[in-house]
Design a protein around this ligand. Structure first.
Ligand SMILES: Cc1cc2nc3c(=O)[nH]c(=O)nc-3n(C[C@H](O)[C@H](O)[C@H](O)COP(=O)(O)OP(=O)(O)OC[C@H]3O[C@@H](n4cnc5c(N)ncnc54)[C@H](O)[C@@H]3O)c2cc1C
Length: 1004
């Protein structure tokens, strides 16, 4: 940056500070409750966490008992100590807990927090909001009004969100006539350039089904509801700004902005703006592209530049998903980006009307001075601040720039609390300009410093850590999960239809068995078809009979000794090569599943990702377990424990995770030195064949893996009972799992092994929704867990147990959310639910729906039309623990709803089946969460999230009771099941002479 400009910015900033000296934003004013509490929160991180979480749950605490209980749970004991005096401020001076004192204190705390929320909200009702907007204008500020409640989970809620805008705009319309424009007022415009009415809108709220995977559907879904709002605004001569939300909606938002701006109806109306966030690394590029687009189209528009409100979310989610972090990670980098992009916009001020939204005096001063340097006319840019925040800054801005707009949220307190938490975080973050200047008293020179200089200083103090050399154990880096599908990446969205077409191009081919490395064809063949259109045959699969099973077992037995005698590392290397191949072909492998079993794109992609994880994880586990372990340290004797494979393993796999579970069981057997006869499900034999291809390309010796699809009725029992099979790894229904255990228990002539059975079976998984659960999250979590992949996951939620006091609200929103899901072929990304896997599954679901009609009340019944195997999506209320719908696994999209009197009853009901696989709890009560942790005895318990999608190495998966026998897949004990431990003891004493080794226990 040129030094004169930088100096001008600093001088401008100093003058700014001087003009507001001695003033402080109300949130930091220690004369009031909020200021005191904020001060305490900034000194005490544990209190801050509890406070913000408490603010979040407060609107749900509708009874005084509930309120007192939560105050106690959040603020006493543990790190937080006793209830901080500051929180009790304004309450009766009684230290006693319980009874009247607690009630009074609760009341005072509630009213203080609600008061704090109101500080940021222009009104809860339209009338009040409009009155306040008028007052704001009287004070000389323009406004942009924003409706709270953007977390819409259904189309009805999205309609209500749109209607909320139409309502407030209607009320403003009547009022605006009395508003005189600011400045000279040419054309009735503020400052001669800006409409007096201005609204900001969160696009994702306008379409509850918006998601990156369905890019086109999301853009059009949002536009359908945004058009009437914009039309109304246009009729009023107002302006609309499309807010920017999380990164996942960014490209959708840019696209819909362009479409709306350029539509014939709106083309000649220039008052549409979009927000860009400087904290995203790609925003500079986006800004340049938008400007290029505007020029090419000849369409002027507005751009609000912010730093961005979701920094914490974006960083954490990227880390969890394994995606590159999309935001700058050092605060001055975001400041630099804001300055750079601001210049770009100002350089194009003939086209773009600039809205600088920041409370940072350096950032603001930069815009003022850059605009002056570039000679940008004043009516081509304005400043914006959030209502209720940074009052001195906005006042100062009004004095200096005159053109200031306040962002004014309005609406109910419930969604308002979520907004309040965001604002509190923003105010109290260590890096926040407001905190540094008004609470921490940082020096002005530092606050106004050129961010490049700040960055240099920071880099010097905390140099970037060289990417930590990945920890290497036995030549292998530590395990990391494969990144989950990221459909914000346009190439991935494009790749799916192409890959699906490629699967179709090969449709109809015959798939042989693979025995001892040779293709074996049989006369008995069955087609594998697309459940969305059963007339579409994807492949014709040769079926193994008893003779082929015998041949496969022979081949596996022959290959065993040589494979067993390889080192663990040699075997692991084959898995690692297989992982690399699967990674290369991930979209192609996913596309096969989309067509063969009806998995949605994301679910299919993540299934292949999980298969890769198993390969990578078990490769490392095998190496870890491969080294002999010395037991005891006594001199004169050497005891070594080590593991050996058992022999031939039958892998009997399901169709629901057709690659992941197949690869998981197979790779575990193989990497530990066993050989495998693999029977895929008849419904997913094409996907299973993919595994044969992968292992072949990875260089697995012939006979170690034998692909042996066949009819269960013909060869299933034979495979299980075969005397040469030592291990059976099975995943599937409880009935088949129990049958396998029974068959495996019988010893046949020639059998040398007690067979080991590893069986993952069913579930009847429950999610508990507590009375203080965050319903925005709980509803989405339950819907995803119950209906993702049509409920055909062993982990799926099939019962939701809702605590009475929140039941009505939950059910009303849940049913609408279910009515909003699109149903249809999985290959179309707009469909959240597809067909079930085959006609028998379809019939089973329909049978249970009949049972549901007798046992409860069907609240939702959605039936897709078309020739596919579409089973009804159903939500059934009135189910009690003794009902069949509460006890039997349906394995389809039927959700039983149970109303429990309280959390304890909900917990007891959750545990009242003979399964124990997954479970979930949505609650914001620390005590209830703790109780669930202890007493909700299932294999995988999920607190405050959905109950599906366990990740290898992070959430080892598997249950107990009738849900399975064996250790958790993707966990540290899994491989041991495929191994026999042996110990060799050597006496090293010869006539009293004993060599003493370093690791012997000996004298110093
Ligand atoms: C009128 C108005 C409208 C707004 N509309 C939107 C909107 O549509 N979408 C949206 O996302 N936000 C929006 N915001 C919120 C805005 O993003 C925040 O208020 C803003 O980021 C705070 O920046 P600042 O310049 O005021 O403060 P500063 O304190 O200078 O900056 C704080 C910001 O720096 C960034 N940051 C913090 N830590 C780091 C780090 N370690 N590395 C890199 N960057 C970091 C974050 O973006 C953080 O918010 C709006 C704000 C206003 C005033």
């Amino acid at each position: 940056m040129n030094p004169q400009l930088d100096e001008a910015i600093r001088q401008r900033g100093k003058a700014f500070f001087a003009s507001i000296r001695g003033e402080s934003p109300s949130i930091f004013n220690k004369g009031f409750w909020t200021g005191k509490v904020m001060d305490w929160a900034m000194q005490n991180e544990a209190f801050k966490v509890q406070l913000f979480r408490f603010v979040d749950v407060l609107p749900y605490l509708t009874t005084s008992d509930n309120l007192s209980r939560h105050i106690e749970e959040y603020f006493t004991g543990g790190d937080a100590g006793d209830i901080p005096a500051v929180l009790k401020w304004g309450a009766e001076k009684s230290g006693l807990f319980g009874g009247v004192a607690a009630k009074l204190m609760g009341k005072a705390i509630r009213s203080n927090i609600e008061g704090m929320a109101r500080q940021f909200i222009v009104g809860e009702q339209t009338k009040e909001a409009v009155k306040n907007l008028s007052r704001i204008r009287k004070d000389g500020f323009a406004f942009t009004v924003d409706l709270l409640g953007e977390a819409t989970v259904s189309e009805v809620e999205s309609d209500a969100y749109r209607d909320g805008y139409l309502e407030v705009l209607g009320a403003i319309e009547a009022e605006q006539k009395s508003w005189k424009p600011f400045g000279a007022g040419e054309g009735g415009l503020d400052w001669g350039s800006a409409p007096r009415v201005n609204a900001s809108i969160k696009p994702s709220a306008l379409f509850s089904q918006a998601r990156p995977m369905d890019f086109e559907g999301s853009v059009e879904g949002i536009l359908a509801r945004m058009r009437p709002v914009y039309r109304k605004i246009m009729a009023m001569g107002g302006a609309l700004c499309i807010d920017m939300e999380q990164l996942k909606y960014k490209d959708i938002t840019i696209e819909l902005f362009k479409r709306l701006r350029s539509e014939a109806e709106f083309r000649d109306y220039p008052y549409l703006s979009i927000v860009l966030q400087a904290y995203l690394r790609e925003t500079e590029h986006d800004a340049a592209e938008l400007i290029k687009w505007g020029r090419a189209e000849g369409l002027p528009f507005g751009m609000r530049l912010v730093k961005g409100a979701y920094w914490d979310y974006e960083t954490v989610i990227a880390k969890q998903m394994g995606w590159p972090v999309p935001v700058w990670t050092r605060k001055p980098e975001s400041d630099i980006a804001h300055e750079k992009i601001a210049r770009l916009i100002l350089e194009n001020s003939d086209l773009v009307y600039f809205q600088c939204a920041s409370h940072n005096i350096r950032t603001i001063s930069n815009v003022m001075e850059t605009a002056a340097q570039l000679g940008v006319p004043e009516n081509r840019y304005e400043f914006q601040a959030l209502y209720g925040m940074a009052e001195p800054v906005r006042k100062g801005l009004l004095k200096v720039a005159g053109r200031v707009r306040l962002y004014c949220p309005y609406g109910e307190l419930l969604p308002g609390m979520a907004y309040l938490v965001r604002r509190l975080l923003e105010n109290t973050a260590n890096e926040s300009f407001l905190r540094l200047s008004f609470a921490d008293g940082e020096a002005e020179d530092i606050l106004l410093e050129n961010p490049h200089k700040t960055l240099d200083r920071e880099l010097e103090k905390n140099p970037p850590k060289a990417p930590a050399a990945p920890a290497v154990i036995d030549g292998l880096t530590a395990f990391r999960d494969e990144p989950l599908a990221d459909f914000t990446v346009a190439e991935l969205r494009r790749a799916f239809p192409e890959a699906i077409a490629a699967v179709r191009a090969k449709a109809g081919r015959a798939l042989p068995l693979v025995i001892g490395g040779k293709a074996v064809e049989t006369a008995d063949r069955i087609p594998t078809v697309n459940p969305a259109d059963p007339t579409e045959t994807l492949a014709v699969v040769c079926q193994a009979g008893v003779a082929e099973v015998d041949a496969a077992i022979d081949a596996a037995e022959k290959a065993f000794a040589a494979w067993r005698d390889k080192t663990p590392r040699e075997r692991a290397d084959v898995l690692l090569r297989a992982a690399a191949i699967a990674r290369r072909d991930i979209v192609a492998l996913s596309a096969t599943q989309v067509l063969e079993v009806g998995k949605q794109w994301d679910q299919a992609y993540n299934d292949v990702g999980e298969a890769i994880d198993f390969l990578e994880f078990y490769a490392r586990e095998a190496v870890r377990l491969g080294a002999p372990r010395r037991m005891g340290r006594e001199p004169g004797e050497k005891n070594h424990l080590f593991y050996e494979p058992k022999g031939v393993c039958a892998v009997i796999a399901p169709w629901n995770f057709p690659l992941a579970i197949s690869v998981g069981m197979t790779s575990a057997a193989i990497v530990t030195g066993n050989t495998v006869v693999y029977k895929p499900s008849g419904l997913s034999s094409l996907t299973g064949y993919g595994m044969a291809d992968i292992f072949k390309e990875a260089g697995l010796p012939d006979g170690v893996f034998n692909y042996c699809p066949g009819r269960g009725s013909v060869m299933g029992d034979h495979l299980v009972a075969h005397p040469k099979v030592s291990t059976i790894a099975f995943t599937g229904s409880m009935e088949t799992g129990l049958r396998i255990q029974e068959k495996a228990a019988k010893v046949h002539p020639g059998q040398a092994y007690c067979k080991k059975v590893i069986a993952e079976m069913g579930g009847k998984n429950a999610i508990i929704v507590d009375d203080d659960a965050d319903l925005d999250e709980a509803i989405l979590g339950v819907v995803y867990s119950a209906f993702g992949f049509q409920g055909q996951k062993c982990s799926a939620c099939s019962r939701v147990i809702v605590v009475d006091s929140i039941y009505d609200k939950f059910i009303a929103r849940l049913t609408e959310a279910c009515q909003s899901l699109k149903i249809g072929p999985a290959e179309e990304p707009e469909n959240a639910m597809g067909p079930v896997v085959d006609p028998s599954q379809q019939a089973k679901v329909e049978e249970y729906l009949e049972i549901a009609r007798q046992e409860g009340q069907v609240l939702v019944e959605r039936q897709a039309t078309g020739q596919g195997c579409y089973a009804p999506l159903a939500v059934v209320a009135g189910i009690r623990p003794e009902h069949r719908l509460a006890q039997e696994e349906v394995f389809g999209p039927i959700l039983a709803v149970m109303k429990a009197a309280n959390f304890d009853e909900a917990l007891a009901w959750a545990m009242s089946t003979r399964f124990a696989l997954t479970g979930g709890v949505y609650s914001r009560s620390p005590r209830h969460l703790e109780k669930a942790r202890r007493e909700f005895r299932v294999g995988n318990l999920y607190l405050n999230r959905n109950c599906v999608g366990a990740m290898v190495g992070r959430q080892p998966f598997g249950g107990s009771k009738m849900s399975g026998v064996g250790s958790k897949s993707g966990g540290p004990d899994y491989l041991l099941q495929f191994l026999d431990p042996r110990v060799v003891t050597e006496n090293t004493i010869r006539r009293g002479f004993t060599p003493i080794d370093e690791d012997d226990e000996w004298f110093d």
